[in-house]
Design a protein around this ligand. Structure first.
Ligand SMILES: *[C@@H]1O[C@H](CO)[C@@H](O)[C@H](O)[C@H]1NC(C)=O
Ligand SMILES: *[C@@H]1O[C@H](CO)[C@@H](O)[C@H](O)[C@H]1NC(C)=O
Length: 430
């Protein structure tokens, strides 16, 4: 085995010298800017600029947001999705064929949340609106890309952020739990075929101890195994200094079809999601956010599969249909999801060898309840018959309940709900 390997690699070296080296020199001589002769710093700069050019499409109009973001109103047919070779001749679907049934049932819960949602906005709305036939895109700045470990990894979660193995036996494996340093406090359902999920979650601005850490609250629509082929569609709010350069709470989405390896990204930072809405920018700051013992602000997110076309749609609040992930992006999710999760996730990079003090949710434990702890309420799933239903047999999971915890409940106003979160480092979580 060893021998064969050596001789093969020797052969490769020889091939390299004879064929590739002269070719390389030739390319160098014939090209004005020879990448190989540039110092690494300016080569990286070139790469960054190329990437920015790919991401930032020529806008019809630009809006300067008070938080420093530039929101570009890009013509709907020029959005990043259409860089995807499979979407070259794609005809944009301007609305879903079906919403899940039961979504607009007149009941107390819905009208109540409608009133509250009307007051929650994205910060950039203070400075203008995007015209029809455009979509708002948060412009990527050079420094955004430079904060990433590489141009290629910009806008992607780390491989190790596999949501965790939520199958209880494996998650009890210490290596798996502590390997990634990601900590969760979630509720989940599994064991059925799911065609969507919905929840209303209150929004906070958790403190982040280190810029390389984040805190997010989201739902996961999952298919496949937690190994190499996990399919995931995710949406919620997050604070991520590395991704955005500040501590603001932002609306985000994520997708992957290979367990966070080569495919997928946050928001519109790669081609995949097709946006149709001109009001909501992915990755833009949400304002206002909830305050301890004070006003509570929440957002509703619905993700569902249009069972006619197969696309996965996302709706924000009661009226904003944002767009869809085409079915072909996925393997397992091309059919249905096998697991849904709702809850919080933080990165614990163990600064100073101690548990991080990065907060999850409001930074308070579930016991504190309304006005203090963070919650998900009216959690529902979409079944095969396209109906929004209360989930059966909700499980919960957390790696270290002394750091971040979760508690489920049910009542007539909130349906299935749970409180979750915590402060991270504390005397019981050293
Ligand atoms: C993970 O690490 C923490 C401290 O770093 C430790 O307290 C905990 O027991 C570990 N979890 C498991 C399951 O080994
Ligand atoms: C974000 O918050 C941390 C502390 O939680 C602070 O040290 C840092 O300066 C803040 N970053 C920005 C860009 O405001």
């Amino acid at each position: 085995m060893g021998m064969a390997y050596v001789s093969r690699s020797r052969k490769k070296m020889w091939l390299h010298k004879v064929v590739f080296l002269p070719m390389f020199i030739f390319l160098c001589l014939s090209s004005l800017s020879c990448a190989a002769r540039q110092p690494p710093a300016s080569r990286q700069k070139l790469q960054v600029h190329k990437h920015l050019k790919r991401l930032n499409k020529t806008p019809v109009k630009s809006i300067q947001s008070p938080d420093g973001d530039m929101i570009d109103c890009v013509h709907i047919s020029h959005q990043p999705a259409f860089d995807h070779p499979f979407l070259k001749d794609h005809k944009i679907q301007m609305r879903p064929y079906y919403h899940p049934e039961g979504l607009y049932d007149k009941n107390k819960v819905n009208t109540e949340s409608k009133e509250r949602e009307n007051t929650i906005k994205q910060l950039w709305h203070a400075s203008g609106t995007c015209p029809e036939d455009t979509i708002p895109i948060r412009r990527t700045k050079e420094e955004d890309v430079l904060r990433a470990s590489s141009v290629k990894r910009y806008g992607k979660k780390r491989h190790t952020s596999i949501p965790m193995n939520r199958n209880i036996p494996k998650s009890a494996d210490p290596d798996l739990v502590n390997e990634s340093g990601h900590q969760h406090a979630i509720a989940y359902v599994e064991g059925d075929r799911y065609y969507g999920a919905k929840a209303t979650m209150n929004v906070w601005e958790p403190k982040i101890q280190q810029p390389n850490e984040f805190s997010l609250s989201q739902m996961w629509i999952l298919g496949g195994s937690f190994g190499e082929d996990l399919n995931s569609i995710e949406a919620g709010w997050q604070v991520s200094p590395d991704l955005y350069g500040d501590n603001n709470t932002r609306l985000f989405t994520y997708w992957t079809s290979d367990a966070y390896q080569a495919t997928g990204c946050y928001n519109l930072l790669c081609s995949g999601f097709i946006q149709i809405n001109n009001n909501i920018a992915m990755g833009a700051s949400i304002s206002p956010v909830s305050a301890y013992r004070n006003s509570q602000y929440d957002i509703s997110i619905l993700i569902w599969k249009d069972q006619k076309e197969g696309n996965w749609w996302m709706q924000f609040g009661d009226g904003y249909v944002l767009g869809y992930w085409p079915s072909f992006l996925f393997s397992y999710l091309a059919d249905s999801a096998s697991m849904i999760e709702w809850g919080g996730e933080v990165v614990n990079s163990e600064p100073d060898g101690q548990h991080t003090s990065t907060q999850m949710g409001s930074g308070r434990f579930p016991e504190e309840g309304f006005g203090k702890a963070s919650y998900f309420k009216n959690i529902q799933v979409v079944d095969k018959a396209n109906g929004l239903k209360s989930p059966k047999d909700i499980g919960t999971f957390t790696e270290q309940s002394n750091c971040y915890d979760v508690q489920t409940g049910r009542n007539s106003d909130w349906g299935h709900y749970f409180y979750y979160g915590g402060p991270g480092r504390n005397p019981n979580c050293p």
